[in-house]
Design a protein. Structure first.
Length: 369
């Protein structure tokens, strides 16, 4: 059965969006007092900002994690909430004014730029903004993101270790409807390149460590990122790559397009899915999935909830990492026998070096150009 994307629109309770205001704190600051703001904005009106028909995995996963947390009987307690769904970023400011929003959670990464402009002009409004980490100069903004580069680096290393043909690749799905409508997806596109590049770096790290010559054969050198394919043609393209003996492929696409992986195993190729553990959720494509990079937003949502109960706003952004369990590399499922004891130890060692900062993926990317 085809998986569908998680709906981002939620019926939000008071505690939900109180969480949102805090954004996610780092795990080391969950119980600390706020330093940059004397007190949290108090309001009975909360606004959840989304993009209509959003395809972004980060927004979907965080939305679901908050929904799961708030579905617990002990966390129920409805108040007035406002769900704001817009097509384009330029509609945001007007909608926030129209709804008298004092506290806003913006889930769509591609809205981050416009939301930050609004936040700068309205310091009396609290904002938690996906893909706005590093904006601490705005005291009313808390950034959220999930660093999928880290599990992607591990996935690239593992892909290079198990390929039989010596050729791997990376492919991303492109929503042609957004392109035709002139919708700005630049933030998501940049993240896609960043994640895919980490996969490439992981494979190169394997080559250097092992003296191997695994090739990244499905890649767009013109854009410096994964091979881009229209959503409707993704399945066909993956099968073509398999026929070309590219046998391990990172696939970056919305969860609703996971059925595009069907049949890969039959052509002696496997996919690495980006963002969610698709093999665990779909028996239909399980045999075609080697592993997945995974966002786990449950810890972030829990920290938000704890902050809301304490009645204060966190002073730091949240970025999900391997170390704080905000991201991870899923298991290998049916293909676990491909992971030798030595490979398992190597992956564990690399994970430890990423956690400690000895392997800095951003610096590796800058060095590689």
């Amino acid at each position: 059965m085809r998986l569908k994307g998680f709906p981002i629109r939620l019926a939000v309770t008071a505690i939900t969006l109180s969480l949102a205001l805090a954004a996610c704190a780092s795990s080391s600051n969950t119980n600390a007092a706020p330093k940059d703001r004397a007190s949290a904005q108090v309001s009975k009106v909360f606004c959840l900002l989304e993009k209509k028909n959003s395809q972004d995995t980060r927004a979907a996963v965080l939305s679901k994690a908050i929904g799961d947390l708030l579905a617990k009987p002990e966390n129920k307690g409805a108040v007035k909430s406002v769900n704001i769904s817009v097509d384009k970023a330029e509609q945001i400011a007007g909608k926030l004014r129209e709804n008298s929003c004092a506290n806003v959670l913006s889930l769509e990464p591609n809205f981050s730029g416009e939301v930050l402009k609004v936040a700068k002009n309205h310091p009396d409004i609290n904002f938690a903004v996906m893909a706005a980490e590093g904006q601490q100069k705005l005291a009313n903004v808390r950034g959220i993101d999930f660093d999928l580069r880290q599990p992607a680096f591990l996935a690239g290393y593992a892909a290079a270790a198990v390929t039989k043909s010596g050729e791997i690749g990376a492919v991303s799905s492109v929503n042609s409807a957004d392109t035709k409508q002139g919708i700005d997806n630049s933030v998501s596109e940049n993240a896609t390149k960043t994640w895919a590049n980490a996969f490439r770096l992981g494979a190169e790290y394997y080559n250097q460590f092992k003296g191997s010559g695994v090739k990244l054969s499905a890649w767009d050198n013109n854009v410096g990122g994964p091979l881009q394919v229209e959503s409707a043609k993704l399945h066909e393209q993956l099968l073509k790559l398999a026929e070309q003996k590219i046998d391990v492929i990172l696939v970056i696409a919305p969860i609703g397009e996971s059925a595009s992986l069907e049949g890969l195993a039959g052509k002696d190729a496997l996919a690495i899915w980006n963002g969610q553990d698709v093999a665990a959720n779909s028996a239909q494509v399980k045999s075609s999935v080697f592993t997945s990079t995974v966002i786990d937003a449950s810890g972030c949502a829990k920290e938000l909830f704890d902050q809301a109960k304490a009645g204060w706003i966190a002073s730091k952004d949240y970025v999900g990492t391997l170390k704080n369990s905000g991201v991870k590399l899923a298991g290998f499922g049916d293909y676990d026998p491909l992971i030798s004891d030595s490979l398992s130890a190597e992956l564990a060692g690399i994970r430890s070096q990423i956690d400690s900062g000895k392997i800095d993926i951003a610096k590796l990317a800058a060095h590689q150009g």
